[in-house]
Design a protein around this ligand. Sequence first.
Ligand SMILES: Cc1cc2nc3c(=O)[nH]c(=O)nc-3n(C[C@H](O)[C@H](O)[C@H](O)COP(=O)(O)O)c2cc1C
Length: 345
Amino acid sequence: MKIKLLIKKIIETLQSLVLPLCSVMPITSSLFFTFFSRDFYYEHQAILKARLKYSKSNGQHGRSSALLRRNIHRIEKGLVMRPRRNVFALDYLSETLSAFNSAMNHSNFSRSEQQWAIDVLSEYFSVVDLTQATIKKNYHLFKSIIVNTQITDKKPYQYKDKVCHNVHYDQLFALTQARRSTRWFTNQAVELEQIKLAVKVALQAPSACNRQPYQFYMIDEQPLLGQLASLPGGTAGFADNIPSLIAVVGDLSYYPYTRDRHVIYIDASLASMQFMLALETIGLSSCPINWPELYTLDKKVSKLLGLPQYKRVVMFIAVGYPDLTGQIAFSDKKVPDDMVVKVKA
Ligand SMILES: Cc1cc2nc3c(=O)[nH]c(=O)nc-3n(C[C@H](O)[C@H](O)[C@H](O)COP(=O)(O)O)c2cc1C
């Protein structure tokens, strides 16, 4: 133990010595993380493995296709443009039809995703110039793929026709105030159906190009629950009291480019917030749990959850029925005046 601490101290001292020099330029910063720190090792490898997975599977992920979702989304954006052009999407149309074909030939592919693609592509081909060579070729391919399929209405629509809500600002504010990180729960089991109900709300969250590159893993069986609950340091003192744990897992292999490596964290976090608010409305409480970027922990969690390296834990969320006598932190919030920066021209 003493030797371990000594090595840690030596590394930290060495790092603090080279830090000023290494932080001068991007290249010297990279040298720092090559020779003086292993902080990015596992993450770099995860990103490369993700790119490899993407190129091998052509963006398909089981019942869903990141490539198809992205391109159908791009076509929808083209359809809602003002003015709408009668020739667009040429540079990715063939790629889209190829992904569409794979999706339609995949026996277990998401029916909902297939229908969205069918409806948007139908709309696209009904408004573009079919004499244009690329469009013409892909239109014929589309017609041959959609034989015996029905067209529905999963396509762009006007704002006035969208779903209405009657949630008042005060009601939303009260809901956000009522959600508080809760660490003490009763031992009542959390039903899978309740989690799915909350996830249904979570899935309404925005996501980059509508790819939704994450999943919610529910863990409520021992010994796995105990092993996972005690992994992140932030559960010390209440890990044994968590009846159900959600691992929010992002899939880096939804992206062909490294530049999108942060998107899983953004998309999954937006969805997680809606998930926690939805839990509150059905009588469940929650506490988000930090997942540190430590490759030793990543290895452990990947093994316990059976995750390939490109699937990354974004956070854990403890979920349960609240123990009404359990204390919750006051957690004072900042005020808007200090948080909004009005930028002047
Ligand atoms: C990304 C994130 C990580 C968190 N990690 C932990 C954690 O590891 N352990 C814990 O007890 N609470 C954790 N929390 C809960 C915060 O402590 C809590 O959100 C904050 O104090 C504000 O309190 P409130 O959620 O009741 O508004 C985390 C929250 C977030 C958003």
